[in-house]
Design a protein around this ligand. Structure first.
Ligand code: GUN
Length: 284
């Protein structure tokens, strides 16, 4: 038997269509559309593609968008001034500072300059803290995309065993928190976990965000599981996930593909957070 392939591209398309309709309604009422500013420092080719996609998504749903492309040698003070100016700009509801930044810039300090009200990535410590307290203002885009896919697939997480492989601040840790808020029993695994295959085999849901191509193999899964692949790795010029898709799909109940799984959902969640940021300004 082969697994049900969870189509992130289609789900993201449905979310975008819903957002586009809401923006149309806003504009018809004479309101300004939500606005997203995207900042890219340097010329990393992968980041350039991500930023271009985010801008195109904004245009498709009718958002106002600004792209700020700065050279790699930009002094920190210049970036600081740009962020502070965008914090004050009423047309801008969300600010996204594309990571990674060039080495000479202090990533943590720059992210902390973004007003928590405009932090649509949910990277600011205040927003991370609120998420961990169970009172989120925004949800970080990738784990939020995973949760949305599970919701679309009508997965009831209550009491389920969820294993998160990877403990990054952007994906692993917030993913675990969000699964926990839906009453899953959550285990976080990482590079030093002992006997990882035994732990992953016993899970109902496995989310893999470890950043290693084809890391989760057939020996690490079992029948009936849902496998969510957050990985985006380049292997022989191809984009592949953290899961050995062809082998694992023969065993489990459902699996997300790469590309076309979590990636499009992350971008859809950025649009959702920008909508949310605008609504919070307007309605409090
Ligand atoms: N670089 C890779 N993924 C992301 C993301 O989700 N947000 C930002 N700001 N930078 C990234």
């Amino acid at each position: 038997m082969t697994a049900n392939i969870i189509d992130g591209k289609a789900i993201a398309g449905a979310i975008r269509a819903d957002i586009a309709q809401k923006v149309k309604n806003m504009v018809e009422k004479g309101l300004h559309p939500p606005g997203l500013a995207v900042i890219l420092v340097g010329d990393d080719p992968a980041s350039q593609i991500y930023v271009r996609n985010k801008k195109n998504d904004c245009i498709k749903v009718g958002f106002y968008t600004e792209e700020h492309l700065l050279p790699a040698m930009t002094p920190e003070d210049e970036l600081r001034k740009l962020i502070l100016r965008l914090n004050q700009d009423p047309k801008i509801h969300g600010i996204l500072l594309q990571l990674p930044l060039p080495k000479d810039l202090n990533e943590k300090a720059m992210l902390e300059l973004i007003s928590p009200e405009k932090d649509v990535d949910c990277f600011h410590p205040v927003n991370v803290g609120n998420l961990f307290l169970g009172i989120p203002r925004f949800l970080p885009c990738t784990p939020a995309g995973v949760m949305e896919m599970l919701k679309y697939e009508k997965v009831d997480l209550k009491g389920k065993k969820a294993v998160v492989v990877g403990r990054s601040n952007i994906v692993g840790k917030p993913m675990a928190m969000m699964l926990l808020s839906e009453h899953a029993t959550v285990t976080i695994c990482h590079s030093r976990t002992v006997n990882l295959p035994k732990i992953t085999r016993e899970a109902d849901i496995v989310v893999v965000a470890i950043g290693k191509a084809k890391f989760l193999t057939a020996e690490m899964v079992s029948k009936g599981q849902i496998i969510i692949d957050v990985g985006q790795n380049r292997l022989d010029e191809k984009l592949v996930g953290d899961v050995d898709f062809d082998a694992v799909a023969q065993i489990v109940a459902a699996i997300t593909p790469v590309p076309g799984g979590v990636g499009p959902m992350t971008r859809a969640m950025l649009l959702k957070n920008t909508m949310q940021a605008e609504r919070l300004v307007r309605k409090g």
